[in-house]
Design a binder for this molecule. Sequence first.
Ligand code: GLN
Length: 385
Amino acid sequence: MRELSRRTAGFTDSVIRRMTRISNEHNAINLSQGFPDFDPPKELLDRLAEVALEGPHQYSVTWGAQNFREALAEKQTRFMGRKVDPDREIVATCGSTEAMMAAMMTVLNPGDKVIVFSPFYENYGADVMLSGAEPIYVPLHPPDFRFLKEDLETAFAQNPKALVLCNPSNPLGKVFTRDELQFIAKLAEEYDVYVITDEVYEHIVYSPHVHTYFAALPGMWERTISCSSLSKTYSVTGWRVGYIIAPPEITETARKVHDFLTVGAAAPLQEALVTALKFKDSYYRDLLEVYDKKRRLFIRGLDEAGIPHTDPQGAYYVMLDISEFGYDSDQEFCEDLAKKAGIGAVPGSSFFSEDVNHLIRLHFAKSEPTLNAALEKLSRIRDIM
Ligand code: GLN
């Protein structure tokens, strides 16, 4: 048989999703793939039950149902501080995963270059390659995971077409400061580069850190394609509803890409989510409080266990340093961790362009009893591994 597409040869299956499968095989507490084990808001589920009987059950408008886009525009205008036009500036997608892929296919030609900070959420590497483009990686350095200005300047000088900005970042939990974002903005303007953001953790940012929407920075609206999702904000990762927000000149093309990729996000779920998009500000405060409590619980447990780790400023991931266990391969460590300790984790190497093998990622989007059970196992990790 003839060879399959060369485009797919540059990447493996998703390590995150693979670790969920391995974790399930061993009946482990799955702290690998980041999703909550608690229910979405009751009001949202009640509305979903109504929608099941009332509909809609057929296609929505391909770029998103009118009432969904209106509710989303109203909510994002409130948080971004920039007026979003529901009719011309939104494309509803199947999760931020599709939003990112569609954004890249909207912007990139084969051979184009894209700046990606490393470590990065693994989808971006595959998205860039599927678009026929090439990544330019810029490292984020511990302990506070800043980029070096000269590294970023060197990357911009290589004529990239776009930069991918995951803020708050997965897997680091880094929240980019306004100064860092302004430095990126200055270079994006100077070199005429598009900025594709992934802001799915926009509402999970721990005080004193604050989320700055890149599109809302002075002069950045025209060149920013904001991608996000309702998955994490309303605890509905399986619903696969996300979106692109961008100027009309960009959404016009993004709508075409999206239409041919998926036609549309699930119509009944968009309808139900209108209810969530209309939640008051207190919903977002409560969500943050819930995650902040989990964060403090989890970090305290790791400290008590004496395991070195990152301190997330946003999102719900922690990287643990596993150097002391003497494994050559972090993948092997994670497989053993699932098998022997009953905890699912993601090998850090899947996030880095550099050769990094001493980190693993855990997430804490789990109920307190689950987190306590995981911490109890981690407190005995030196006897187990
Ligand atoms: N964003 C989540 C993570 O990093 C889930 C990824 C996914 O599987 N879509 O784990």
